[in-house]
Write a protein that binds this ligand. Structure first.
Ligand code: ADP
Ligand code: ZN
Length: 722
C-alpha cells in the first residue's frame, strides 16, 4: 500500500465474499489493519482496511470511509488468519472477520470513572458516616466511587453532603485496567525432575519462532504446572499469551491456580462475561495492556499484537470444534495463527487426539512426556467388568463387583463416582400395551424422560412435554415404562443401595453454572461421599478424596460407529478413570462393558495407551481416514425429505470428476431430522495432500445454487457425523 492511499479495499464484518473499495476522505490516515466504519447500504458497518483496491472504479462513484477509529491497526498475522480460515472452511471472509470485530463498544475511548479525593478541609461536626468516608480516603489518592461507597458502607447522599461541605472533590479518572499484568516471577512452581525436563523441552523452542510441543502427560502429572512456567517464559520475553480451555465456565479452579501462580487474575474471555467486560478485554488485548488471556475457543480471534504463546488445554476435546456459523477447529486454527505470528504452541492432554499424536510421531511437534503422577499419587488400577458374566440383576445397572467396591470406598471414608454419559432418567418411554414410543415431533429422536423436572424432552431441539400418565396413543393407564438408564435413574438405584452415603448428582441440566461450580467446590471439600455424574465431572477436576470410579456403560460411545468413536471412547474413559486416586490413596476404576476384548477396553485395562494409538493409527491409515486422508461433509437440508435428497443427488452428479476424491452418499443423516429440517449427507474423501477445500469450493461454485428453504452446509474435517 502506498503511504497515503486515497482508495482502499475494506473488508466489512458481514457475510460477503470479499472486500469492497472505499475512498479515504482528505485528512484521514489509514493503513492495512485500520479499523473503520463504512457505509454499506443504508447503514454504517464496521470493517477493516485490507489493502489496495482490486478494481479501478472511478473515484467519484465510490463511497467514503465514514470514520477511522483511534485504536492500533490489527496485526498482519490476524489478517492473514482471517483469510486463511475463510479459504479453508469456505466461510465468507467477512463472516470470519466478524469473529474478530465482535465488539464495537471496544473501539470508543474508554469511559472514565467517577472518583473522590479529600480536599484537606475537614468540617467541624462529622457524623459517623462522614467520618468513615474521610477515614477511608487516607491520603491524596482518589478512590473510584463504587469502591468508596463499598469500603465506607455509606450511601451516595453522604458523599454529596461532604462534597457540598467542601471536604471532598469529585473528579474523573481513567478506568482501572481490566486485568493487571501477570507477574511471571510470583508463584514459581517447584517442578520435580520429570516436570523440569518437560519444561526445558518446551522452552527449547525458540520464543520468537513458530514451534509446537505436545505436552503428553498422564492425568495428574502436572501439565498445568508445566505450561504455566512456559507461559511465564513467554511473558518474560515481552510477548502475550493465550490459554484456551474447552469449557471455561466450569473450570473456575483453573483461574484460581493462575492467580496463585501469577499474582493476579487473568483476563477472561467466555460466554458468561458481560458485553462491557468483553469490550474491555478486547481493547486491552489490542493496545497491549492485557498480557495473558484465559478463554474459550473464540478467544483465538482476539486482536493480539504480540502473541507469543498459545496453550490448548485438553487439546483433544470436541468442544474446540465450532459447528455453527464458521465451522472451524480451534486447535488446527491455533496452529495456523501461531505460524503467522511466529509463536509457540503447547497442546496439552493426557489423551492426545490421533491427529496430534501422529504429528508428534512424525517429528513435526516436540513430544514432551510426563509419565508419572505428581508426588505420592499413582495412576488408577483399571478393571473391566464383563456384563455378560457379572452383570447386575434385571432392572438394575450397577454390577455386584462395582457395588462392593463402592461400599468399600465409603467404609474407608473415601469418595466414589458413578459415571454415565447420559442426562435424564430414561432415553425412551414406551407403552407396554400398544408399543407407542414417545418421539420428538421435530427431530428423529426419542424424548428423554427427566423425572426430577417431570418432563419428556428432546435433546436435539429442547422440545418438552409434561411427563404423561396415560399412553398418548392407546390411552392405557399405568402402561408407560422407561427403557434404559440415564443418570437420574442411576441416582435412584444408588439411593436404594447406598442410603447412608451423602449423594450428589451432576449433569449440565442440574442448575446454573454458578450452582454447578458450588457443587464442585463441595465435592472437593469432601461434603459428599458418592458422586453420580455425566461427562461434566470427567474433565479437569481434582477431587482429592475420590478413589473409586465406576463407568456404568463403557460401550456407550462405541455405538455411534463414526470414524472417531474408538478415539473418543478411549479419551473419555481415560479422563473419567483419571479422576480416581489423584491424592495419596490408590485409585481404582471399573468399566462395565459387553465388549471386554475391544481394543479400547484392552488398552484401558492394561494401561497400554501406546497400543491403543498404534492400533488406531493403523486403522486410520488403512481406511485413508484423518490424519492419513481428508474428509469433508456436505449437509443438505430442507423442510421436505425429498427436496433435500433430490438436491443432494443433483449436487453429487455435478461433482467435478477426478480420481483423487471418493464421494459417498447421499444418505440420510443418522439424526435425519432436526428442528423440522430433513438432513442428507454427502461425504468427500481424499488423500492428505489434496486441496479438499479448493475442490469443494470449485464444486459448489459450478453447481446449482440452493434456493427456497434448501441449505447446504460445508464441514471440512468433520468431527460429528450426526
Ligand atoms: P494435570 O494438568 O496433568 O492433570 P495438574 O497440573 O492439575 O495435572 O497437577 C495435579 C495436581 O498436582 C494439582 O493439584 C497440582 O497442584 C499438583 N502438582 C503438580 N505438580 C506440582 C508441583 N511441581 N508442585 C506442586 N504441586 C504440583
Ligand atoms: Zn426435537
Amino acid at each position: 500500500m502506498t503511504e497515503h492511499p486515497d482508495i482502499v479495499a475494506v473488508m466489512v464484518g458481514v457475510a460477503v465474499e470479499g472486500p469492497y473499495s472505499y475512498s479515504v476522505p482528505p485528512g484521514m490516515r489509514v493503513e492495512r489493519g485500520s479499523i473503520v466504519a463504512v457505509p454499506l447500504g443504508p447503514r454504517l458497518t464496521l470493517g477493516v482496511v485490507w489493502g489496495p483496491p482490486k478494481d479501478t472504479i472511478a473515484h467519484n462513484r465510490l463511497r467514503a470511509i465514514a470514520q477511522s477509529y483511534d485504536v492500533p491497526p490489527l496485526s498482519e498475522e490476524l489478517l492473514k488468519l482471517v483469510d486463511w480460515v475463510a479459504r479453508y472452511t469456505l466461510a465468507p471472509p467477512g463472516q470470519v472477520l466478524r469473529a474478530v470485530l465482535r465488539s464495537s463498544e471496544a473501539l470508543d475511548p474508554p469511559r472514565p470513572v467517577i472518583a473522590y479525593r479529600r480536599t484537606g478541609y475537614e468540617p467541624e461536626k462529622l457524623t459517623p458516616a462522614r467520618l468513615r468516608v474521610l477515614d477511608t480516603l487516607t491520603d491524596d489518592m482518589p478512590l473510584p466511587r463504587a469502591a468508596l461507597l463499598g469500603a465506607a458502607g455509606v450511601s451516595q447522599s453522604v458523599l454529596d453532603g461532604l462534597e457540598r461541605a467542601g471536604a471532598l472533590e469529585k473528579l474523573e479518572i481513567p478506568p482501572p485496567p481490566v486485568a493487571l499484568p501477570p507477574d511471571p516471577d510470583e508463584g514459581v512452581a517447584r517442578l520435580n525432575p520429570e516436570q523440569q525436563a518437560a519444561l526445558e523441552q518446551v522452552t527449547a523452542l525458540d520464543p520468537h519462532e513458530f514451534g509446537v510441543a505436545l505436552l503428553d502427560g498422564v492425568t495428574g502429572g502436572g501439565k498445568t504446572e508445566v505450561f504455566f512456567e512456559a507461559v511465564a517464559d513467554t511473558l518474560r520475553v515481552g510477548r502475550q499469551a493465550l490459554i484456551l480451555l474447552p469449557e471455561i465456565a466450569l473450570t473456575h479452579t483453573f483461574l484460581d491456580r493462575f492467580t496463585k501462580r501469577f499474582g493476579t487474575r487473568p483476563a477472561e474471555w467466555h460466554s458468561e462475561m458481560t458485553p462491557l467486560q468483553r469490550a474491555r478485554v478486547w481493547r486491552g488485548v489490542l493496545d497491549g495492556t492485557v498480557r495473558a488471556v484465559v478463554g474459550a475457543r473464540s478467544a483465538l480471534f482476539l486482536p493480539f499484537r504480540e502473541l507469543g504463546m498459545l496453550v490448548l488445554d485438553e487439546e483433544h476435546d470436541g468442544a474446540y470444534k465450532q459447528s455453527d456459523g464458521v465451522n472451524y477447529h480451534a486447535r488446527d486454527m491455533a496452529i495456523v495463527r501461531a505460524r503467522f505470528a511466529k509463536a509457540r504452541v503447547i497442546l496439552s492432554s493426557a489423551t492426545p487426539s490421533v491427529e496430534t499424536r501422529n504429528n508428534a510421531n512424525a517429528g513435526r511437534y516436540a513430544h514432551v512426556l510426563l509419565t508419572a503422577r505428581y508426588a505420592a499419587a499413582s495412576l488408577p488400577n483399571i478393571t473391566a467388568i464383563d456384563m455378560r458374566l457379572d452383570g447386575p440383576e434385571k432392572g438394575q445397572w450397577i454390577a455386584p463387583t462395582l457395588a462392593r467396591e463402592v461400599f468399600a470406598a465409603l467404609d474407608r471414608g473415601e469418595q466414589a463416582l458413578l459415571f454415565l454419559n447420559r442426562r435424564g432418567y430414561a432415553p425412551l418411554t414406551l407403552c407396554r400395551s400398544c408399543g407407542h414410543q414417545y418421539q420428538c415431533p421435530d427431530c428423529s429422536a426419542w424424548l428423554v424422560e427427566h423425572r426430577f423436572r417431570g418432563v419428556l424432552m428432546c435433546h436435539h431441539c429442547g422440545h418438552e412435554i409434561r411427563a404423561p400418565k396415560n399412553c398418548a396413543a392407546c390411552g392405557d393407564v399405568d402402561a408407560l415404562v422407561p427403557v434404559g438408564p440415564g443418570i437420574e435413574r442411576i441416582a435412584e438405584e444408588a439411593a436404594a443401595r447406598f442410603p447412608d452415603a451423602r449423594r450428589v448428582i451432576l449433569s449440565s441440566d442440574m442448575g446454573t453454572n454458578a450452582q454447578l461450580r458450588e457443587r464442585f467446590s463441595e465435592i472437593t471439600r469432601g461434603e459428599y461421599d458418592l458422586i453420580i455424574g455425566t461427562q461434566l465431572v470427567s474433565k479437569g477436576h481434582h477431587f482429592p478424596k475420590l478413589s473409586v470410579v465406576g463407568v456404568l456403560d463403557a460401550d456407550l460411545g462405541l455405538a455411534h460407529g463414526d470414524p472417531r468413536a474408538a478415539e473418543r471412547t478411549f479419551q473419555i474413559l481415560t479422563q473419567v478413570a483419571g479422576r480416581a486416586g489423584r491424592a495419596s490413596q490408590i485409585g481404582k476404576a471399573f468399566l462395565q462393558t459387553y465388549h471386554p476384548d475391544h481394543a479400547v477396553m484392552r488398552a484401558m485395562v492394561t494401561g497400554d495407551r501406546e497400543a491403543f494409538y498404534a492400533h488406531e493409527l493403523a486403522a486410520r491409515e488403512a481406511g485413508i481416514l484423518p490424519p492419513f486422508g481428508r474428509l469433508a461433509a456436505l449437509i443438505v437440508s430442507a423442510n421436505e425429505p425429498d427436496i433435500a435428497m433430490n438436491f443432494a443427488r443433483r449436487l453429487l452428479s455435478a461433482a467435478p470428476m477426478t480420481e483423487r476424491v471418493r464421494l459417498f452418499g447421499p444418505a440420510d443423516a443418522p439424526v435425519a431430522m432436526v428442528r423440522g429440517r430433513h438432513r442428507v449427507r454427502l461425504l468427500v474423501q481424499s488423500s492428505k495432500e489434496f486441496d479438499l477445500s479448493g475442490y469443494v469450493r470449485f464444486w459448489l461454485q459450478s453447481a446449482e445454487r440452493p434456493t427456497g428453504n434448501l441449505r447446504v452446509q460445508v464441514d471440512i474435517d468433520p468431527v460429528s457425523f450426526m
